[in-house]
Design a protein around this ligand. Structure first.
Ligand code: GTP
Ligand code: MG
Length: 316
């Protein structure tokens, strides 16, 4: 339900307040409903009492409160899964990259994180029947690695109209962590306006690691990161969108047992991401993938391959 914000829709809210909200980019009632009042006060420049009132009214519009579990079941049926084009990778994801939660791709350089993102950017635009999400894509590029030519190649190899696919991907280059946070907080509005069904942040953590160096800055870094992640989770849940983040690994040479490569971002990242997948380079163009920390999926190692057509199943 997309209710456009206009004077009169929130009973008892002055039109000057509505105009402030519109100016700050809150163009729908839902965008207000999913944003904390404190933030609305800051962004739209209004008193905290007004922001609280606006928020409460907006939530009443979109949130029915307690509902029967049967309805929850019905709502969960609206969860969609986007194919990665590798049946093995789809299988360990429980059927594909799902909407309503955050999926994290973890791995060293060249492990295929960005290539999976490219393939998903194409596939998400397919219809639900074809394994897509039937919507558009938003990509936040923090490293300058978004390559439209490569996306075009993947689309062409799949026999799709490559220009149309590129038109369906909205790309923003984030130059630093603050810019990245601003782009993320603008998502609720963008997602509704442009029928976005997949949001990619590649990489989620690069800027944060580069800017907050040393122990003294760690807690500040984690706080800012947590705030970005909670925004993303809200977007995933409120708008039934799939969120895919990439993350690097950190070598911890003092590890006695298990894999010495750990995902960066610590507990903050671990808690926010529902599905975490570890990627490693295999022989030639193959890659190994393993789900980690999943409450419902087994820790199984599978192989896939990177080709001109993007992600595919590895040959036996
Ligand atoms: P970082 O961003 O550096 O951390 O790495 P990443 O995990 O994002 O790596 P990425 O997904 O960019 O994978 C790069 C790998 O994909 C390289 O090893 C390339 O060999 C492979 N690759 C990229 N384009 C093509 C292509 O057109 N054909 C084939 N066969 N492989 C490709
Ligand atoms: Mg990359």
């Amino acid at each position: 339900m997309t209710e456009v914000l206009e004077p009169g829709i929130l009973k008892g809210v002055a039109s000057t307040t509505v105009n402030k909200l519109l100016k700050a980019g809150f163009t729908t009632v839902k965008a207000i409903a999913v944003t904390p009042a404190r933030e609305i006060a800051d962004v739209a420049g209004m008193g905290s009492d007004t922001a609280l009132k606006v928020c409460r009214l907006a939530r009443m519009h979109v949130d029915p409160g307690f509902i029967p579990a049967l309805e929850v079941l019905e709502m969960r049926k609206s969860m969609l899964k986007c194919t990665t084009s590798s049946s093995e990778l789809d299988r360990i994801f429980g059927g594909g990259v799902e909407t309503g939660s955050i999926t994290e791709l973890i791995g060293e350089f060249g492990s295929g994180k960005t290539q999976i993102c490219f393939t998903l950017s194409v596939n998400a635009q397919l219809s639900k029947e074809e394994g897509g999400l039937g919507g558009n894509v938003c990509a936040i590029d923090t490293e300058g690695t978004f390559m439209p030519e490569r996306v075009m190649q993947i689309a062409q190899e799949k026999g799709l109209d490559a220009e149309k696919i590129l038109e369906g991907i909205l790309v923003a280059r984030a130059y630093n962590s603050e810019h990245q946070a601003i782009l993320i907080s603008s998502l609720p509005e963008l997602v509704e306006r442009s029928n976005i069904k997949l949001v990619i942040v590649d990489s989620m953590i690069g800027h944060f690691r580069g800017e907050y160096i040393g122990r003294a800055n760690l807690s500040m870094r984690q706080q800012k990161l947590a705030s970005c992640l909670s925004h993303l989770l809200r977007v995933a849940e409120a708008f039934n969108v799939a969120i895919v983040l990439t993350n690097q690994v950190l070598a911890t040479p003092d590890t006695m047992y298990g894999d010495p490569n750990k995902p960066t971002g610590g507990h903050v990242m671990a808690h926010a991401c529902t599905h975490r997948v570890f990627l490693r380079k295999g022989k030639q163009n193959t890659r190994l993938a393993r789900v980690i920390d999943s409450p419902s999926l087994p820790e199984e190692r599978i192989r896939f391959a990177i080709t001109g057509a993007g992600i595919v199943d590895a040959e036996e």
